[in-house]
Design a protein around this ligand. Structure first.
Ligand code: GUN
Length: 291
């Protein structure tokens, strides 16, 4: 069993971006600038946004964080997004999800200019990705591709089983793994809450992407010998032994699954840091597009 070390690979991605930013500065070019909007004070969202802002600083990107109260109106949020859309200095915009229930996530996603949509959630970005056109890929699926690529994992002709069909992870990774490219050229099965024979399907998988958001759902008896397992889950589970009061659990039961795998991502330290590295790459590209 080999660990797919997202922490290590994300550091490598960020280091190469830092070199590119230094070159840009020396050549008098614009520094990439990511703007993030955080609505309310959801603990997990606070942590994710703080990591994104910190990564910008490490690489040498500019970042702007706009914090808005839970009760902010949809109209006011859209006003802030529009100001960022019109600000030439801002290359990428992300609005951390989930949003409070009174705000339409779809409306918010569609209000971001596709040229600044570094999250890859805008229908134009998704449509371009589906058609194999240059596009910003959503950060988590893109991070998974970067990880598979870094470890030279063969994907051509493999059966990839994706558990989960969210717009953020399951659906886009299923599209990306089926495209005619590397990593890709997989035969992809998308499983979800209505899938009947999940264990039988998972046992046929060469690659499993667990992205359903249920702690330790995937067990060893669902995994074929030497499968590659990518764990996208990150659920907070109460843990009085921890100072924070919780521990982070993936969608994969690591103790029973890892002995069967050829490669597996840990939680934390697998897909999570890769998501941030991928967002940074998208932001860099968005800046490059203005040269
Ligand atoms: N919430 C969970 N994942 C993401 C992500 O990749 N981007 C944003 N904006 N919100 C998220």
């Amino acid at each position: 069993m080999n660990i797919l070390d997202g922490k290590l690979v994300s550091q490598a991605v960020k280091s190469s971006l830092r070199v590119l930013v230094e070159e840009r500065i020396q050549n008098g070019k614009k520094v990439p600038h990511l703007a993030a909007i955080l609505v309310g004070s959801n603990g997990a969202s606070e942590t994710y946004v703080a990591s994104k802002v910190k990564s910008c600083a490490e690489i040498g990107f500019k970042s702007t964080l706009i914090r808005l109260p839970e009760e902010v109106s949809e109209q006011e949020l859209l006003f802030h997004i529009n100001a960022l859309n019109e600000d030439f200095d801002v290359d990428g915009i992300l609005v951390q999800l989930p949003l409070p229930r009174h705000i339409s996530e779809q409306k918010v996603i569609e209000s971001i200019y596709a040229s600044k949509d570094v999250d890859g959630f805008h229908p134009e970005s998704v449509g371009r990705m589906v058609q194999g056109l240059p596009a910003y890929f959503p950060a988590t699926p893109y991070g998974i591709l970067l990880l598979l690529e870094h470890y030279n994992i063969e994907t051509k002709g493999k059966h990839a089983v994706v558990i989960g069909r969210s717009n953020i992870v399951g659906r886009p990774i299923s599209i990306l793994l089926s495209r005619n490219a590397y990593p890709g050229n997989c035969t992809v099965t998308v499983c979800h809450s209505h899938t009947k024979n999940l264990q039988e399907i998972c046992l046929q998988a060469d690659i499993i992407i667990a992205a359903l958001g249920k702690a330790e759902f995937l067990k060893g008896d669902m995994v074929k010998q030497d499968a590659v397992v990518i764990d996208v889950g990150i659920t907070r589970v109460e843990d009085p032994a921890k100072k924070s009061g919780f521990s982070l659990k993936g969608d994969v039961d690591f103790s029973s699954v890892s002995p069967r795998c050829s490669y597996i991502t840990p939680v934390p330290g697998g897909v999570g840091p890769m998501t941030i590295a991928a967002l940074m790459k998208n932001t860099y590209q968005a800046c490059l597009a203005k040269d």
